[in-house]
Design a protein around this ligand. Sequence first.
Ligand code: 13P
Length: 254
Amino acid sequence: MSQQRTPLIAGNWKMNGFLEDGAARASDLAGRMKSTGSDGFQMLLCPPATLLNAVGTAIADSGIFLGGQDCHVNPSGAHTGDISAAMLADLCCSHVIVGHSERRADHGEDDALVKAKAEAAIAAGMCAIVCVGETEAQRDAGETNAVVAGQVQGSLPVGADTSNLVIAYEPVWAIGTGRTARPAEAQEVHAVLRQTLNDIAGGEVADHCRILYGGSVKPGNAAELMALADVDGALVGGASLEADDFWSIAMACT
Ligand code: 13P
């Protein structure tokens, strides 16, 4: 963590949750935010699209931010099943995740599409959370730094500034596996990402852009990850489905 960047603790609920339990979890977290405050961190919930409205209502006035998990590149039109960035903004979303490795794998999304989605998010007035990360085979081949730098180069939106861009480093082999990058491994990649940002977008963006770590972040490993110089928060999957666990991860930033 760095003094000049407020850590962001983001929960990616993925395709999990129904109205009752989703709204209850959001209300629980909103209550904790209101009573304890959020000194030292920001919190973001990215529920499935079906729960955005209910979660948004539950966290209103709590200071917790609301985000989508994906958006279409176009603002509207004949794209059955898709959701535009403008629609997310209409539901008071401030952030949208783009380029998650599950979307890259399940839907064949490439860097160019991720870049277009990030630009759509920014055009709709939101912050784009651009996800990058290497597979296990790429890590074993010693390609990690080149892969993630290439992903940032290919997917960095035009118009990115300090207010509308977050990078999330999620090693694919660490997602949902219980395996986490060792602190030294995570710090090395985050430093590469910050240098890449510096090379493309300049020092101001590089110094102020938050780079989140994701991949099996749990209450038990959050503190050592959040303590790293270039780790500015977490993108949490499984552990964000339990209010106690997610809150503990946020507390690791205080
Ligand atoms: P897990 O925390 O379940 O490993 O998921 C990480 C992730 O993919 C968040 O976007």
